[in-house]
Design a protein around this ligand. Structure first.
Ligand SMILES: Cc1cc2nc3c(=O)[nH]c(=O)nc-3n(C[C@H](O)[C@H](O)[C@H](O)COP(=O)(O)OP(=O)(O)OC[C@H]3O[C@@H](n4cnc5c(N)ncnc54)[C@H](O)[C@@H]3O)c2cc1C
Length: 467
């Protein structure tokens, strides 16, 4: 993945804005650059574009949308920014959190209204750290639907996407201006495409074991459920060009991936009063702190697994999610009319599980306090039929990356922008601060679509002489 001298670049074809990666970030960048009048080409390593975007639940937080107003929800960009900053314990770039708060509603509404991406508001529960109902998702809550809708929009906008096109090397001047990208095709043949501006939308380094071990050793042994083709190329090129990186130890984990099915179980069942127990039938944490930080906690339990315990009333929230319905159809959800029977179904010690549930009901009634600090009051007690699903912890997405400005321009350590390089989504530093606990649900796709759109607008302006 080297950066080669610009003087060595030989190419017949040149575009104004070249985008590497056809996930949510790359496709929104391409749509925005196309709207700005630029000639755009997207390079995608896979034959069929998927990315982590397809694997995701496809939910994007946005504050102050028409959908929220219609549902009577009072929200604001400032409130969303405050939630980002609060989740990251004040250790994220507040300017960027405020920027994402401001662009969230315009980006989601632009995707819906201008580009025909069908979305509605997720109701029924709040994700950890969100103070308002503001998750916007496709009808079945799948990233597959989101990616398909973005690809359809790109098709309508006549954006060219070259698939089976691994961007393998960049050509740049000593000042860091990228003049071309070398592409390696599946048969090993190479070609070079010239560009006036380059958008790095090829995500983070979750698919690169060595980089995960170097930067985030605590999660290196967990399964990686993101896109395996995300090998950290953006970060490697950025560093070679002299760009600044930040929060490289930060990541989005998930502490409830159904095992062996591999689908994330919506956190709403826990937020609404469900619990996690380990193979000993015992709780081990405050489940409401956040699903990202819970990944490493679950992986530390015996056998690296836990069980989500809830009831059919709470399951209603989960049934709107395709991921959950798939686990259900595969027989992954256990059900029973008594706790003893549920314990047998799950192979858990019945006495211990009974004691754990009894203790939770005491806390729900306000008669006892939780050792882990969770407040159980205000939610109804468990009622039969009871449900359980076996889960593990996983790495979804790295959150550290290239430092960018408000136009998604990649910056050097001294704050100066590289001449024609932009980044967003998993390629750029996220909003999660330095560690696992700062990830606020939906930050991944908001920074992918939000920075993607900003990058496309700014890159088009630059090549068209407007900036
Ligand atoms: C199971 C799961 C659930 C999630 N749920 C949510 C959610 O509900 N909400 C949320 O906000 N976030 C969620 N996330 C995180 C979210 O998926 C990511 O933050 C987001 O998809 C990142 O978008 P992206 O465009 O930056 O990367 P991607 O969607 O991964 O796209 C990057 C693309 O670049 C391509 N690429 C990589 N290297 C090269 C190269 N050298 N040359 C050419 N192409 C290359 C890849 O093949 C890929 O198609 C979830 C993640 C997972 C794994």
């Amino acid at each position: 993945m080297p950066v080669l001298p610009a003087s060595d670049a030989r190419f017949d074809h040149k575009v104004e804005v070249l985008v590497i990666g056809a996930g949510a970030c790359g496709l929104t960048a391409a749509l925005a650059a196309g709207e700005g009048g630029a000639e755009v080409l997207v390079l995608e390593r896979d034959e069929t574009p998927t990315g982590s975007t397809t694997l995701s639940t496809g939910l994007i937080p946005a504050a102050g949308t028409r959908l929220q107003r219609a549902a009577g929800i009072d929200d604001s960009p400032e409130q969303l920014a405050a939630d980002f900053i609060g989740k990251a314990k004040g250790k994220t770039d507040e300017k960027m959190a405020r920027l994402m708060g401001r662009v969230s509603a315009p980006t989601v509404e632009w995707l819906m209204e201008r580009h025909g991406v069908e979305m509605n508001l997720v109701t029924g529960f709040l994700y950890p750290g969100h103070s308002r109902l503001r998750m916007h998702g496709t009808p079945n809550r799948t990233g597959q639907e989101l990616e398909a809708a973005l690809l359809a929009a790109a098709g309508r906008a006549e954006i060219d996407i070259l698939t089976g096109a691994l961007a393998s090397d960049l050509y740049a001047t000593p000042e860091g201006r990228v003049v071309a990208v070398r592409v390696t095709r599946p048969d090993g043949k190479q070609e070079t495409v010239g560009c006036e501006a380059l958008v790095l939308a090829c995500s983070g380094f979750g698919g690169n074991r060595d980089m995960v071990r170097d930067f985030i050793p605590e999660i290196a042994e967990a399964e990686y459920w993101g896109h395996v083709g995300n090998k950290g190329d953006a970060v490697k090129w950025g560093m070679a060009l002299g760009a600044a990186t930040a929060d490289m130890g930060s990541y989005q984990g998930h502490g409830a991936v159904a095992t062996p099915h591999g689908n994330p179980i919506v956190w709403g069942v826990l937020m609404e009063g469900g619990i996690q127990v380990n193979a000993l039938g015992e709780r081990f944490s405050d489940e409401t702190l956040g699903y990202s930080e819970q990944a490493v906690v679950v992986v530390k339990q015996p056998g690296h697994v836990a069980w989500n315990i809830y009831d059919e009333q709470r399951e209603k929230t989960a049934l709107q999610f395709t991921d959950y319905r798939e686990v259900l159809s595969l027989g992954g959800i256990r059900r029973a009319n008594t706790i003893a029977e549920l314990a047998r179904e799950c192979g858990l010690p019945a006495d211990a599980l009974g004691r754990t549930i009894a203790a939770v009901e005491e806390m729900r009634a306000g008669h006892a306090k939780d050792t882990y600090g969770r407040d159980f009051t205000g939610k109804p007690p468990f009622a039969p039929p009871y449900c359980a699903v076996k889960v593990t912890g996983a790495l979804f997405h790295t959150q550290g990356g290239l430092v960018v400005d408000e136009d998604a321009r990649v910056l050097r350590p001294d704050g100066r922008a590289l001449p024609n390089l932009f980044a967003g989504g998993g390629a750029a530093r996220g909003l999660s601060g330095p560690s696992r606990w700062g990830y606020l649900a939906g930050a991944g796709l908001l920074t992918a679509t939000g920075f993607g759109r900003l990058a496309g607008i700014a890159a088009a302006k630059q090549v068209r002489g407007g900036a």
